[in-house]
Design a binder for this molecule. Structure first.
Ligand SMILES: NC(=O)c1ccc[n+]([C@@H]2O[C@H](COP(=O)([O-])OP(=O)(O)OC[C@H]3O[C@@H](n4cnc5c(N)ncnc54)[C@H](O)[C@@H]3O)[C@@H](O)[C@H]2O)c1
Length: 314
């Protein structure tokens, strides 16, 4: 049985806990959060220990791995602490605030002979898995262009640290841009080569951007245009993939439709969830089996891409 420690018991930690409950090969043995009640809420159903300081948790608990669900500015610090104490790490996305921190985490894992993986999950939906096969097989010809539009009220019930650049590293680009780059890198086996962007916050005084428009090219040659808006309005998240001989549309991350030979058809989805598949991958990774975990190198590449978007602004 893989013994898991959870560090940071906020919104995403609950999704991990639900997935761990469903997996017979792992359990939660300890939960740490500076807000004690949050740790208790997750620990309860596992009979796990709770801590308000993750350093104490590390000292007092025998764990195979920790899942780090902290605000971004704490990812590197917490990950390196556990790695130095010979505990494997699964750190939520985005991996860290910048490439230097990613390098430090990768190096610390190597020098302590422990494992590190990142919680990017776009590869775990049926829609994206099927789409990757379609891209690879070239059954619709080459993938020429990708356009993505994502609109969500970014300020609705979001924990305050997300809105402070010092703590989050950025706004909608750091947060949703990381999902998009994760997805595009996975689908095309390439990375962001050239990019320019316009981003800003016209809504309020906080230090992160709530909107961005991005134009770029992947190293495979596919061009991309991404538009994120964090203002009020109906939730909208759609990605279009234009091929030489057809089109694929993904709504959210799950609903895939293909346009070919003059008509649309929907592709079936098994209903498997991203958190369930992520935990399955983590167990396989730790047990030394074949796995599809998201590597730290992939997490680093996403951060490098995000940095490029912020740097090449018009
Ligand atoms: N993979 C995904 O799709 C996905 C989705 C949501 C969030 N995330 C990532 O997960 C991380 C957490 O996001 P969230 O939405 O759960 O945020 P959150 O604010 O709900 O949770 C963070 C938790 O960390 C706790 N915390 C803060 N400082 C701490 C410390 N020093 N020690 C222990 N606990 C501390 C907070 O009290 C809070 O409960 C972020 O990096 C976010 O980007 C990933």
């Amino acid at each position: 049985m893989i013994k898991i420690g959870i560090v940071g018991a906020g919104i995403i930690a609950k999704a991990h806990a639900d997935a761990i409950q469903k997996n017979e090969e792992c359990t939660v043995v300890a939960v740490a959060d500076i807000v004690k009640e949050r740790a208790q809420e997750i620990a309860e159903s596992f009979g796990a220990m709770t801590f308000t300081d993750y350093h104490d948790m590390c000292r007092m608990c025998d764990m195979d791995v920790v899942i780090i669900n902290l605000p971004h500015y704490l990812h590197c610090e917490a990950a390196c602490f556990f790695l130095e104490n010979k505990v494997n790490v699964f750190v939520e996305k985005p991996m860290a605030m910048n490439v230097e921190e990613c390098d430090k985490m990768i190096e610390t894992a190597k020098s302590n002979r422990v494992k590190i993986a990142v919680g990017h999950v776009q590869q775990y939906t049926d829609a994206h898995r099927n789409l990757k096969e379609i891209i690879k097989s070239e059954e619709l010809g080459k993938l020429l262009r990708v356009t993505e539009v994502r609109n969500i009220n970014y300020f609705n019930n979001r924990p305050a640290w997300f809105l402070n650049k010092e703590l989050s590293g950025g706004g909608i680009v750091m947060n949703y841009g990381a999902h998009t780059l994760d997805k595009l890198y996975y689908l095309t086996d390439s990375t962001l080569e050239d990019v320019c962007s316009i981003y800003g916050n016209s809504m309020n005084q906080c230090s992160i951007e709530e909107g961005a428009q991005i134009l770029g090219r992947l190293s495979c040659g596919t061009s991309i245009s991404l538009s994120y808006t964090g203002s009020e309005g109906p939730y909208h998240y759609e990605t279009m993939f234009y091929f030489e001989k057809g089109v694929a549309k993904v709504i959210g991350s799950r609903i895939l439709s293909l346009y070919r030979d003059g008509k649309w058809c929907d592709i079936e989805d098994s209903g498997a969830t991203m958190p369930d598949r992520a935990i399955e991958a983590l167990v396989n990774f730790l047990k030394g089996r074949e796995h599809d975990i998201t590597t730290a190198e992939h997490g680093r590449a996403v951060i490098e891409g995000i940095n490029k978007i912020y740097k090449n602004t018009l």
